[in-house]
Design a protein. Structure first.
Length: 134
């Protein structure tokens, strides 16, 4: 997992990638949900994977210093679709707007509305993230 943050004055450009490879006897309960940290669109929680690589990019524009920001994101994940015969290599993408709040000098709250395309078709949803910044 890796992330790159470039400050453009009060605005931010964020690039990142991560991957997973589970080897050996992997039970279904150990598989990774592609929507959990890899994409910001859920696709009805259909994709549980053992191998995946993800790239994401975001731009955030300052509305009120670093306390309130608005922006846009794009996610892309390559994975083996185990729900299809032959487990073909597949691509899922997501994109959309986001709002970002920094509160109490300790919490980052992110709200996204994502639109996504995957082998099963189109999906869209809200997603939320609450993180400590330390």
């Amino acid at each position: 997992e890796g992330h790159f943050l470039k400050r453009l004055g009060p605005h931010h450009l964020i690039l990142g990638s991560k991957g997973v490879f589970l080897a050996g006897q992997v039970g279904y309960w150990e598989e990774i949900n592609l929507a959990d940290g890899y994409l910001r669109v859920f696709f009805a929680n259909r994709y549980w994977v053992r191998e995946a690589f993800q790239f994401d990019g975001a731009i955030r524009f300052s509305i009120y210093r670093d306390r309130v920001m608005a922006g846009a994101f794009v996610d892309a994940a390559v994975f083996f679709d185990r729900s299809q015969p032959g487990e073909p290599l597949s691509l899922a993408t997501a994109f959309g707007p986001g709002l970002h709040f920094f509160v109490f000098d300790a919490l980052a709250i992110d709200v996204y509305y994502g639109f996504g395309f995957a082998p099963i078709g189109f999906d869209h949803n809200f997603s939320f993230s609450l993180r400590t910044v330390f």
